[in-house]
Design a protein around this ligand. Structure first.
Ligand SMILES: Nc1ncnc2c1ncn2[C@@H]1O[C@H](COP(=O)(O)OP(=O)(O)OP(=O)(O)O)[C@@H](O)[C@H]1O
Ligand SMILES: [Mg+2]
Length: 412
């Protein structure tokens, strides 16, 4: 497999660096980005190695470092810090604090012994080790059939890791991008999707238990939480309603006839619930939320295995890293743990599809007011995820910045 190395360096040195590296690493493919804007254009693409210069124009270098993992969660990163100065020292300190280890200092090719060549040779070794695990192919979200909506479930085997945050953020992002969504709270015992929108106590799915499921009945129970986001609340009293066998799936299938995307928030202890196993079986896409601050290697591996047992098809999983901190295990490591756990039991392995930073105090401020943290930021991870899901659901994703009123009064 080819190695793609992106050189994010200033115009003045780009050609020289590229020519020298092409000679030293003849089997790699090199591309260049000579501004921060160009670099961002590469986000979400499969960049194996990223070489980033402190002198890349277009963005404050330390601010760019802080954002880097959101754009390139799994790339190997080599930083070119430049010759010694106060700014260089501050940059190196910030980089180390953020967990970056490949830092080349000095004028190019860098202070010996750790020159850019040495740094990339180290990366090459790491890539080789990763290769040994790569007989599995990465998951692409499979497109749905035209006549039916797409079911996306958000899962986790622990409470409080951010399932509801992910489900709500994704639903709001999709709706604001022009894709109508039904958000279903399958966490019947402790439903909290309505709480997020300030609608706590609204009855929901309990009104359907035992009744024939029709679109008309559903429309009466669904609550419009935001333009384009209709919520099917969990039971207001948190008592699991007396559903017929198969009824939860019936409800879901009916919703899939009504909406291009149905996003479901699921309970944490899923293995024991047969209806949930059914749902996992029909889901197009399952987002496994991993809270980096609370998941160890062992946790991640047993989680991956548990998802398989719960009926989730590995070729339909995506990983969302929540409360991400560059100081903890790298996203690539988390991917590899999934791979190891699924090896021999699956043909595909899930990729990290969104990295949600933890330093968002804003979560506390916005929580329970139905405000999604970071959505105004065009680089927010939700946009890229929503875009991929919309594409699989055969919908265009157009994240527009218009006021709610403007959206309410224009039909398009
Ligand atoms: N990236 C983050 N940074 C800061 N706070 C976060 C982040 N993600 C979630 N939170 C906060 O953590 C708390 C738990 O999140 P959330 O309710 O989404 O988890 P959950 O998995 O749905 O929990 P439960 O198992 O109780 O349903 C919430 O108060 C939420 O605002
Ligand atoms: Mg929840």
């Amino acid at each position: 497999m080819e190695v793609l190395c992106l050189l994010a360096v200033e115009e003045e040195v780009a050609q020289v660096v590229r020519a020298n590296l092409e000679r030293a690493f003849p089997s790699w493919r090199f591309e260049t980005a000579t501004s921060a804007g160009e670099l961002k254009g590469w986000a979400g693409r499969n960049v194996d190695v990223l070489v980033l210069s402190r002198f890349l124009p277009g963005e404050d270098p330390v601010r760019l470092l802080k954002k880097l993992r959101e754009f390139f969660p799994v790339s190997h990163v080599v930083l070119l810090a430049g010759a010694e100065s106060d700014a260089q020292r501050a940059y190196v300190r910030a980089a180390k604090e953020l967990g970056f280890t490949g830092i080349v200092t000095g004028r190019l090719p860098g202070d010996r012994p750790y020159t850019i060549f040495e740094a990339l040779r180290e990366v090459e070794k790491e890539l080789e080790e990763e290769r040994t695990m790569e007989e599995l192919t990465p998951v692409e979200i499979p497109p749905v059939k035209k006549e039916r909506g797409m079911l996306v479930l958000v899962a986790a085997n622990k409470g409080g890791v951010g399932k509801t945050t992910v489900a709500v953020s994704l639903a709001v992002a999709l709706a604001r991008g022009g894709v109508p969504v039904a958000l279903v709270d399958y966490d019947f015992a402790s439903p909290d999707a309505t709480a997020f929108f300030g609608l706590k106590g609204t009855p929901g799915v309990e009104l359907l238990a035992g009744k024939p499921v029709t679109g008309e009945l559903l429309r009466r129970v669904l609550v419009r939480a935001r333009p384009g986001v209709d919520v099917l609340p969990g039971p207001a009293d948190g008592a699991v309603p007396p559903f017929r066998a198969g009824q939860v799936t019936e409800i879901t299938r009916e919703l899939l006839k009504m909406y291009p995307v149905v996003v479901g928030d699921t309970p944490a202890a899923y293995v024991v619930k047969p209806w949930l196993k059914e749902l996992f079986g029909i889901a197009e896409y399952v987002l496994a939320v991993v809270d980096q601050s609370r998941f160890s290697e062992h946790n991640v591996k047993s989680y991956a295995a548990k998802l398989l047992e719960a009926g989730v098809k590995p070729e339909r999983m995506g990983i969302v890293l929540n409360r991400f901190s560059p100081r903890l295990a790298s996203p690539k490591k988390v991917e590899n743990w999934f791979k190891e756990a699924l090896k021999g039991r699956a043909k595909a392995f899930p990729m990290v599809v969104a990295v949600v930073p933890s330093d968002w105090e804003a979560h506390v401020r916005c929580g329970h007011k139905g405000k999604v943290v970071g959505l105004e930021d065009p680089s927010a991870p939700w946009h890229r995820l929503a875009e991929r899901i919309a594409a699989a659901a055969r919908h265009e994703y157009r994240p527009v910045k218009r006021s709610f009123f403007a959206r309410l009064f224009s039909k398009s």
